[in-house]
Design a protein around this ligand. Structure first.
Ligand code: G16
Length: 540
């Protein structure tokens, strides 16, 4: 390890004095101008991780749903998964090391993790469309080369595409070809195989309006659409030609404000969806004939997918163990429906797909979705082999169902939640079942809910337990929430520090929208008072 070269190059990526950052829910995220040193250092860390695992490691430059001025970076582990937790700690240490301590921290990490420094390292890099992303990804490359790593810069990619590339490269192409072309072909082939079985294939209900959040999803969907256009026609809105990234549009805006994005032309009962800024989340919605807005979120996506998978397994006659993984944000009605009507076991983890993904790996088939539309389905290796075998061996109707299962498995991005892949899965299921978005939405009725953000001086004063459903600190906060919840029917509320924005998030649900709004407001006031609120007091 040529530490002299590291020190020399690090001088041109100096850490601002006093800046402390944390590897959060999805890597580092803050204002883009504070991230140059973090990018350089994550290039260094990716090289160490690559040497240790003898695998290709990914580095994605994005701040996903955050405002355009922010940016961020996350590392992608060998099977396309999020970075292992122990390495998140190393990432935080390295990002916060003072210049004179950098060499020591690199040596410490190498020793702790038994990194063979003679091993080659290979890093793949992707970035979103933010104005700051190109320069920041160059800083990652500087870090990689300073430690003697090799790299391939994919340039503009959606986050899930980068996860896919890493997975492909580390499985010698078994998962697919590590090119955007390979990604488009794999997904489109599976999608067209599925939709050609649908009775309404080709009819005009197979068109969809997509809000691309003025982000990378627009570019990639445009590149891809001709591959699947026989089965689905997409009309793109907020494609980045004029509006600002994630501003008044995108999946995060639609989910948290429970209203349509600006710039989308919605006719009544038309199926619409929104991606977020790096196209790893998707939510659906429509206006009914009375002009009411209906959101079909990640919970309903998980329900649609898991019920379809269960039906196929029943048809084939296989009883595999399917589990659904959610977070505390899952609507109470969705959990009840999954457990009581569908008889599927449901588990709750902390926010962050890394937690859900990990839990979902415990099942033969694990379906995980955050309510915000971030998720996918995972098939164990044994189940994957079994399904492929059944698709060859079975006959007639059973064979058809096994083939469908095989194609749907190929259509999921099993490395990460992926808006494009999820969109095609959902469209295929709706077509095969002949369901309209209204019929899908009617599976169960969401409990009215509200999400708010509160600014506090230091959000780390809030710590939680029980998959973030209970606040442990500051003292008195959970008791205050409990007292407030008692005032409303069918109610529930929790608070947690965001891992991507400098805010505390508040979630409340109750039997009416007025009650959910009022409970969320009262809980926000409690956070403001007990956890050091700053700025204006939360207004109703
Ligand atoms: C990221 C994570 C998601 C998480 C979201 C919000 O999404 O990948 O799992 O739900 O942040 O996290 P928090 O509430 O901690 O800010 P994205 O789409 O921004 O990458």
């Amino acid at each position: 390890m040529d530490l002299g070269a590291v020190t020399k190059h690090s001088a041109s990526h100096a850490k601002p004095n006093g800046l402390i950052l944390q590897y959060g829910t999805a890597g580092f995220r803050t204002k883009a101008e504070h991230l140059d040193h973090v990018m350089f250092r994550m290039g260094l860390l990716a090289v160490l991780r690559s040497k240790q695992t003898k695998s290709t490691i990914g580095v994605m430059v994005t701040a996903s749903h955050n405002p355009e001025e922010d940016n961020g970076v996350k590392l992608v582990d060998p099977l396309g998964e999020m970075l292992a937790p122990s390495w998140e700690e190393h990432a935080t240490c390295l990002a916060n090391a003072e210049e004179q301590d950098l060499q020591r921290v690199l040596i410490d990490i190498s020793k702790k993790e038994a990194v063979n420094l003679q091993q080659d390292a290979f890093i793949v890099i992707g970035r979103d469309t933010r104005p700051s992303s190109e320069k920041l990804s160059q800083s990652v490359i500087d870090g990689v080369t300073a430690l003697g790593g090799q790299f391939h810069d994919y340039g503009l990619l959606t986050t899930p595409q980068l996860h896919y590339m890493v997975y492909c490269r580390n499985t010698s192409g078994r998962y697919g070809k590590a090119t955007t072309e390979g990604y488009y072909q794999k997904l489109s082939k599976a999608f067209l195989e599925l939709t050609k079985q649908a009775s309404c294939s080709g009819d005009e209900s197979r068109s969809l309006k997509v809000d691309c959040a003025n982000g990378i999803g627009a570019l990639k969907l445009r590149e891809m659409e001709h591959y699947f256009s026989q089965g689905l026609s997409v009309q793109l809105f907020n494609d980045g030609t004029k509006g600002k990234l994630n501003h008044l549009c995108g999946a995060d805006f639609v989910k948290s404000h429970q209203k349509p994005p600006q710039g989308m032309e919605m006719k009544s009962n038309e199926r619409c969806c929104s991606f977020d800024g790096d196209a790893d989340r998707i939510v659906y919605y429509y206006h009914d004939a009375d002009g009411h807005f209906h959101l079909v979120d990640g919970d309903k996506i998980a329900t649609l997918i898991s019920s379809f998978l269960k039906e196929l397994l029943l048809e084939i006659g296989e009883s595999l163990n399917i589990g659904v993984v959610q977070t505390a944000y899952a609507n109470g009605s969705s959990t009840r429906y999954l457990e009581e009507v569908m008889k599927v076991p449901v588990y709750c983890t902390k926010t962050g797909v890394k937690h859900l993904h990990h839990k979902a790996q415990e099942f033969d088939i694990g379906v995980y979705f955050e309510a915000n539309g971030h998720g996918t389905a995972l098939f164990s290796t044994a189940v994957e082999m079994k399904i492929k075998q059944l698709a060859e061996e079975l006959e007639d109707k059973k064979r058809k169902a096994a083939k469908m299962l095989e194609n749907i498995m190929d259509l999921f991005n099993q490395a990460a939640g992926d808006a494009i892949s999820d969109m095609l899965v959902i469209e295929a299921i709706l077509a095969l079942k002949g369901l309209t978005v209204q019929q899908w939405d009617a599976l169960y009725t969401d409990l009215p809910n509200r999400q708010l953000k509160v600014k506090v001086a230091d959000r780390r004063v809030i710590s939680t337990t029980d998959a973030e459903r209970q606040a442990v600190t500051p003292p008195g906060l959970q008791e205050a929430i409990n007292d407030l919840v008692k005032k409303y029917k069918l109610s529930r509320a929790f608070v947690r520090p965001s891992g991507t924005e400098d805010v505390v998030r508040v979630y409340a649900e109750a039997d009416s929208q007025e009650s959910a709004d009022s409970l969320a407001h009262e809980v926000s006031l409690a956070v403001f008072q007990l956890a050091g609120g700053i700025g204006e007091r939360p207004q109703p």
